[in-house]
Every structure is written in C-alpha cells, then in structure tokens.
Ligand binder design. Structure first.
Ligand SMILES: Cc1cc2nc3c(=O)[nH]c(=O)nc-3n(C[C@H](O)[C@H](O)[C@H](O)COP(=O)(O)O)c2cc1C
Length: 172
C-alpha cells in the first residue's frame, strides 16, 4: 500500500496527548497542507485561527461543550468558512461551497498531521456563537471545526465503517 493510502487507513481520532509541544515548522506544514486542499473556483473561502495559549485553549474546550482534550492538546487549529468570499461569486450556493472549502482543508490537516506522527481529532460539537465571539470572528466567518493537535498518548483501535452498505452503484 502506498504512503497516502496507508495514512488514510491508519489515521485515528486522538483525544489524549503528550505534553510535548508541536514545533512551529510542523504547524506551518499543516497549514500549507490545508491551503493545498481543493476549493470552489479556487477561492479558498476558508480561514485558520491557530490557538496555542493555555487560556485560549481552555476557552475553546469550554465552547466545545467541555471536551477537555481540546485544552490538553498543545495547539488547536480552528478552521473557518469565509462565506462572503464564496457567496460573492456563487451567491446562495457559495455558502455551501465555503463550508466545503473549509472541510476539505480539515481532512488535509488530519492526514498531514498523521504523516508527521501528530494526532488530531475533528471536533464539530461546539457552541458556534461562543467560539466566534472568543476568536473575534467577523459575522461572515463561521467556525467549522476545531482541530486539537499534539503527540498521541493513546493508540485507539479502528472504528468500524459501514462500507458497502452505503455504496449505491449507478443509482440509489
Ligand atoms: C463533523 C464531525 C464532527 C465531529 N465532532 C467530534 C467531537 O465533537 N468530538 C469528538 O471527540 N470527536 C468528533 N468527531 C470525530 C469522530 O467521532 C470520529 O471521526 C469517528 O468516531 C471515527 O473515528 P476515527 O476518526 O478514529 O476514524 C467528529 C467528526 C466529524 C467528521
């Protein structure tokens, strides 16, 4: 199996992190991977907030319905959709595109992190208003996912997938 397929197969959500810091150069590598994700019309209707301060991570954990591991990771990348950037070209459809632009970059971050022996978790359960307010986000920028990043301190077993139960060849 090639390295890309290997990474897709072996990545797991990590919710327990070592205290070891993540280097700035690794964070920049993750952001570069995020920027390389596809986006509608290449508008890249996404923004990234990098939170490494203790207080910021604590606040994010509280906005994420008290998911403590968000605070325990040394850095949290908040991936946001910049809705007006996409809506200015694609109108109502642009709202959906901005969310897709953001989520495509989330997946790149998760896989790039895995390739650097870093652990991540896609955290979608959070109070959107609270998160936006903590991060001073403008009205047209929606937080889509929080990604705690750190060195894994657990090795979870794979979660089962539905596989061919959710495949529909030719038609539903
Ligand atoms: C949209 C979305 C939201 C998620 N939100 C959370 C979350 O708030 N907290 C959490 O611990 N995991 C969250 N997850 C991670 C999933 O629980 C996890 O991906 C799933 O159980 C499969 O496990 P795996 O990532 O190890 O393959 C989320 C994943 C996605 C795609």
């Amino acid at each position: 199996m090639n390295e890309c397929l290997e990474a897709i197969k072996n990545r797991r959500s990590i919710r327990k992190f070592k205290e070891k810091k993540v280097s700035e150069s690794d964070i920049r590598t993750l952001l570069h991977a995020a920027h390389m994700a596809p986006s509608a019309g290449n508008l890249q209707a996404r923004e990234f907030i990098i939170v490494s301060g203790e207080e910021g991570r604590m606040d994010l954990a509280s906005a994420a319905l008290d998911q403590e591991f968000v605070r325990e990771a040394p850095v949290v990348i908040v991936v946001c959709a910049n809705t007006t950037r996409s809506e200015s070209r694609y109108m109502a459809r642009g709202t959906l595109y901005a969310i897709q632009d953001a989520t495509a970059s989330v997946m790149n971050i998760l896989l790039a992190a895995h390739s650097l022996d870093l652990g991540t978790c896609w955290v979608g359960a959070f109070d959107e208003r609270k998160t936006a307010s903590l991060l001073n986000l403008p009205e047209h920028v929606r937080p889509i996912a929080l990604i705690p990043v750190g060195y894994p301190d657990e090795a979870p077993t794979p979660h089962p997938r539905l596989g061919d139960k959710i495949e529909h060849w030719e038609k539903w």
